[in-house]
Ligand binder design. Structure first.
Ligand code: PGU
Length: 409
């Protein structure tokens, strides 16, 4: 008789964003005439710029005749695209070989799948709060114990609390761990890691032969030139880190789907020669994944062209102006607000210490604005709330106005 993977039953709740969508639908059914303003999921809303559309068309046109038609591509991604990514890293002071770059269909699949090349008895450390994929995929893989209803933590995971006191970036773990998930600019807190902070993690990882999985999906939102856009800007990181990134937030590819991971050949792990993790990721990808869409990769190449970059930058600036509008509006109300400087997320403290989900209901009811409860990202997210800056300007402005006028504080 077939048995299910019982680890799924350990998951404490449904995936966060469908849960929010469900509650929003229910509200909308009750109040069909209310205009609900969505600042919940971090999903881009602006159309793709002309250079990128042209790139995608080029990809389509190549499929229209025999000479330029291509079917399955390289599992690791189109070489030209990997060369362009390599050049982008080079401009940021990071030298990579193209064989260290793996193109994928996004940072979510990569950040969820990467754990599969590591042993199940590795101890993992995760920022708390964090993008839920890191915890959930490790639960499903059997790398944790049960969910503890009291602590709201899974047994076996080392949580690194990200709090107001530490500026939402914790110190290195107090004990030895094997895999460390870091995200900067951070989802959900909007905090960024300084070079010194990343250096301390790189030193920790090299000492303990741990591997850092660094999610840089929002790197293009960094405004402060002192903040690293890649962990590989820290010396020694190529011996201890994997980096994951995406075209979703930098180029509006949330629905188009394209991302990449960097698995350095020099990554050192216990009992395996240098190059082993790179080889395992290549093996994993060519077994489970048939390469990113050729049309989409042509679009990705256009994103990385000088014109594409320029056009995408304008859209990022637009979202960052949204972030400033949200932040300033909430500050004017006297709320405690973080993030929004180097990230498209605003992280606010719920007024009157009410729970994150109570604030979700209150904000929806009183201001008709949908956001994301901080507790959905981990126990230290309780009492906080995330607002996304990825909306259309008029919706963002209306949301802030509604909050100002109608939220009862
Ligand atoms: N990594 C981080 C840190 C993210 O916040 C997100 C998206 C991704 C990866 C996904 O990148 P893709 O390249 O598009 O796969 N976070 C959004 C969307 C929610 C979701 O389920 O991915 C958010 O609102 O947190």
């Amino acid at each position: 008789m077939a048995k299910i993977n019982a680890n799924y039953d350990k998951l404490s709740a449904g995936y966060l964003f469908p849960e929010i969508a469900k509650r929003t639908r229910k509200f909308q059914q009750l109040y069909p005439n209310v205009r609900v303003l969505r600042l919940g999921i971090g999903d881009t809303t602006e159309p793709l710029p002309p250079a990128v559309i042209d790139g995608l068309y080029e990809g389509v046109k190549k499929l229209a005749n025999r000479e330029s038609y291509t079917g399955y591509g390289d599992y690791e991604g189109n070489l030209e695209l990997r060369e362009a990514l390599k050049a982008q890293y080079q401009a940021a002071g990071v030298d990579l070989d193209v064989s260290e770059i793996f193109v994928s269909d996004g940072a979510k699949p990569d950040s969820g799948n990467i754990q599969s090349v590591f042993a199940t008895d590795n101890v993992i450390a995760i920022q708390d709060p964090a993008y839920p994929v890191y915890v959930d995929t490790n639960v499903i893989a059997g790398r944790t114990g049960l969910y503890n209803q009291e602590t709201k933590q899974y047994d076996g995971i080392i949580y690194m609390p990200c709090t107001e006191e530490n500026g939402f970036f914790s110190d290195v773990p107090g004990q030895k761990v094997d895999l460390i998930y870091l995200c900067s600019p951070n989802n959900p807190t909007g905090a960024v890691a300084t070079k010194m902070q990343l250096k301390s993690f790189v030193e920790y990882a090299r000492t303990h032969k741990s591997v850092i999985i660094f999610d840089a999906a929002y790197s293009d939102y960094i405004r402060d030139s002192e903040i690293p856009t890649s962990i590989f800007q820290v010396e020694g990181a190529k011996e201890c880190a994997i980096e994951i990134n995406s075209f979703s937030k930098s180029a509006g590819f949330t629905g188009v789907r394209l991302g990449w991971s960097v698995v350095p050949k020099s990554l050192a792990v216990l009992d395996a020669p240098a190059g082993k993790v790179n080889a395992l990721w290549a093996r994993r990808q060519c077994t489970f994944f048939n390469g990113a869409s050729n049309v989409v990769q042509a679009g990705g190449l256009a994103v990385l062209s000088p014109l594409g970059r320029q056009e995408c930058r304008k859209i990022i600036d637009y979202y960052m102006e949204n972030a400033a509008i949200i932040r300033d509006g909430l500050l004017a109300l006297g709320l405690t607000v973080y993030g929004g400087d180097n990230a498209p997320y605003i992280w606010l403290k719920t007024p009157g210490n009410i729970s994150s989900w109570d604030f979700f209901d209150k904000l929806l009811r009183e201001a008709n604005v949908v956001g994301t409860p901080g507790s959905g990202f981990g126990p230290h997210g309780e009492g906080f709330f995330r607002l996304s800056a990825f909306g259309h300007r008029e919706n963002v402005e209306m949301a802030v106005e509604n909050i100002k006028q109608n939220l009862r504080l």
